[in-house]
Design a protein. Structure first.
Length: 317
């Protein structure tokens, strides 16, 4: 919130916080914050996960452009000014994003530093710095933690299901970008429009690596099985396909678990890819056993008001 109080952008804007913990302490914190804030913060509570939060933000916001960043990030001072200039100069652009730069709150272990230094774009530890120059065109990727869209995109397309009660369900912003690409709409990457992504020692473990793999495995599974025949016969065949694709990673994963040697950069990659495969199989069993997830997977209407109503109805059944 502090990073938006000092923005160089001089026109009016609003700051919204959507809290999926619906925590009264956070609401009180924002109430106190607004006593001295130059730009007041609007608080909303919304049960659920990322998708419901983003739908709530899009639904409650009033601007023509909607910017979303995560709660463990801070915006650079020029963020709003840079995005506003981009959309003003090129009216055909419908969505844009920028880098996420890691800020270590605790010194990372050597095995994380070794892994990060060779990768400018990785889901693990949220580093995203793929381009040093402005990129504009069809199919330009946008990182979920730093993205801005024209309001009409939410009204026309919305967000795919993403997380519900701790379970990933869909393909999130990657599905939205794919839809924009299929519609031949322009997106952009602005290298100067960065956010700082704060990381502490709670994420310095292989458990974190395995959990993060769900954000790659589930979207892949969702895209593969959206509107598919969800029978046991169909999914048994899919399990064999997944095994064929990931069996080498699973073998290496078993080796590392048995040997219990020091963690290496290669082991991180193995743990990640092995669990991408595991989560795809998990998703199959979730779909077969859970009618709510099947209904979500089959949905085509992801507009904010539609999604919020859908989740509300299921919560109260």
């Amino acid at each position: 919130m502090d990073s938006f109080q000092g923005q160089t952008y001089r026109n009016s804007f609003e700051i919204l916080v959507c809290d999926n913990a619906v925590d009264s302490e956070i609401e009180k914190l924002i109430f106190e914050y607004n006593r001295t804030a130059k730009f007041p913060v609007k608080y909303f509570g919304q049960d659920g996960g990322i998708q419901e939060v983003r739908s709530k933000l899009a639904f409650e916001s009033e601007g023509e452009l909607v910017l979303m960043i995560d709660d463990d990030e801070a915006a650079c001072p020029e963020l709003l000014e840079l995005y506003n200039r981009l959309f003003t100069e090129d009216d055909e652009i419908v969505a844009a994003g920028g880098p996420c730069r890691i800020v270590w709150e605790d010194p990372p272990p050597a095995w994380i530093e070794e892994f990060i230094k060779t990768r400018k774009e990785t889901t693990l530890w949220g580093r995203y710095e793929p381009h040093d120059e402005l990129k504009v065109g069809v199919g330009i990727n946008i990182w979920g933690g730093n993205m801005v869209f024209k309001r009409k995109i939410f009204e026309d397309t919305g967000f795919r299901p993403d997380v519900f009660k701790g379970r990933n369900m869909g393909d999130g912003e990657s599905g939205l970008i794919a839809d924009l690409t299929n519609r031949n709409l322009k997106t952009a990457h602005v290298p100067e429009a960065y956010v700082l992504h704060f990381m502490d020692k709670t994420r310095f473990s292989l458990k974190y690596v395995r959990h993060t793999a769900s954000y790659a495995g589930i979207p892949f599974a969702y895209r593969r099985w959206h509107k598919a025949d969800k029978s046991w016969y169909h999914f048994v065949g899919e399990i064999f396909k997944i095994g064929k694709l990931y069996h080498r990673s699973w073998i290496r994963y078993a080796y590392y678990r048995l040997m219990k040697k020091g963690i290496t950069s290669r082991q991180i990659a193995t743990e990640f890819h092995a669990h991408v495969g595991f989560y795809q199989i998990k998703y199959i069993f979730w779909l077969v056993g859970n009618p709510f997830l099947r209904a979500v997977c089959d949905r085509d209407d992801f507009r904010p008001e539609s999604c919020l109503k859908f989740f509300h109805d299921w919560f109260h059944k």
